[in-house]
Design a protein around this ligand. Sequence first.
Ligand code: ADP
Ligand code: FRU
Length: 288
Amino acid sequence: MARILAVGIATLDIINQVDVYPPEDSEVRALAQRRVRGGNATNSLVVLSQLGHDCAWAGVLVDEPDAAPILAELDRYRIDYSHCRRLARGKMPTSYILHSRATGSRSIVHYRDLPEYDLEHFRRIDLETFDWVHFEGRNPEETEGMLRHLRTQRPDLAVSIEIEKPRPGIERLFPHADLLLFARDYAWAQGYADAAALLRGVAAQAPERDLVCAWGEAGAWALDRDGGEHHSPAFVPPRLVDTLGAGDTFNAAVIDARLHGEDWSASLTRACRVAGAKCGREGLHGVN
Ligand code: ADP
Ligand code: FRU
């Protein structure tokens, strides 16, 4: 069991399940509705907790009613939120999600009007107790400050950063990570048509890092720090039920595999297996 800190967000996800994704300007009735905790960093922690790790979250929590289901779930998975920045006023970020029963796809409209987690709060964390720190790559300037601080305190600590979408200045974080976890949206925005091409392009900018890129139903690719290229196909479940959080599950399973000392080929296969199994069930409960 490792002690893992993740820096990133928690959201309230309002998930409407529909038969098929509706045409624009239509009116449809949802088949079911769920209001659950979401957000990349806390999604990954919920999976890591089920994989047996001791997890802590550093993010922003507002004292308002929408925080209740979020806190209840963090408690359920024994995720420590004592390092969070607590605000007396404001709203937790919300995502309005259309989940298509026909394809398992999830379309997300995310709304956020909240300050980001900051260096001032990160500095208060005792990093000595952690084996791994994972960052949801957001707010590059402040995050770079956290990474510099982390390296002065714990030069040896394993650090991963998720690079999900293009954000101005996000590339400045690359040199600070041991492991960079890319998503398709980032690759597309950089003009790459596939994961392997993105990883080769990034390796030129960030040498001596392990680089991973997930690519939905095509599986995932890695380019390790020694230049080795690896690929795992996806593991398609018998029925594609729900792809929300597949990438966050994949990232958690990569971290878990690396903590267990698996090589890159085995790590990718394991992460695709866990993420594929997640796509075969609703939500993140029972994913391990
Ligand atoms: P995100 O949730 O960030 O959009 P991806 O769609 O890239 O992430 O998926 C992450 C991982 O989840 C993939 O590498 C794959 O292993 C698994 N996965 C995603 N979609 C499917 C699918 N339709 N069938 C099986 N596995 C999937
Ligand atoms: C899934 C997810 C949702 C959340 C959204 C935030 O990866 O974390 O739970 O609403 O993305 O961007």
